[in-house]
Design a protein around this ligand. Sequence first.
Ligand code: HEC
Length: 140
Amino acid sequence: MPFRIALSAIAVAGFLAMPGAPALADDPALTVGDPEAGARVFRQCQACHVVDQEVNRVGPHLVGIINRPIAEADGFRYSPIYLEHREDGKVWDYDALVGYLTNPREYMPGNRMAFAGLRSLDQIHDVIAYMRENGGVWEN
Ligand code: HEC
């Protein structure tokens, strides 16, 4: 645990030191999880999401979701609140993923993801690692 906290502190410090730098894809906080444990966590997501192919189900596909702009999956009908955040330039960086996956409804009132949230920060780190390994990091 202290290891993880230290890594995010470094990430935050690095980001503050370089305003405007497009460094979020390299945020070490996005790499602290265990992808194998994350595969088990992702079972809670896969009724609605595919991560390794651009296939939308109940939810949008999650290929390249790490640092992907919000509401980017072609052909998916997003909620109005998603489209608003898209206009504001919101991106799924570490803080956004942790906030959303902890409690989607509280983090973004009005969004349509019918999911209560993950119980622990470890689970969130692990599912991020799984999605990173199987769907990759946004590169455009
Ligand atoms: C019951 C279906 C359902 C489950 C379960 C679910 N999601 Fe979602 N998810 C959605 C929907 C629907 C949206 C789009 C919400 C909107 O448009 O308001 C979404 C959006 C997202 C987004 C943003 C995608 C984008 O294109 O901006 C991420 C990231 C995400 N989900 C991750 C997860 C993860 C990780 C889990 C499991 C821990 C999960 N979801 C579980 C239905 C689900």
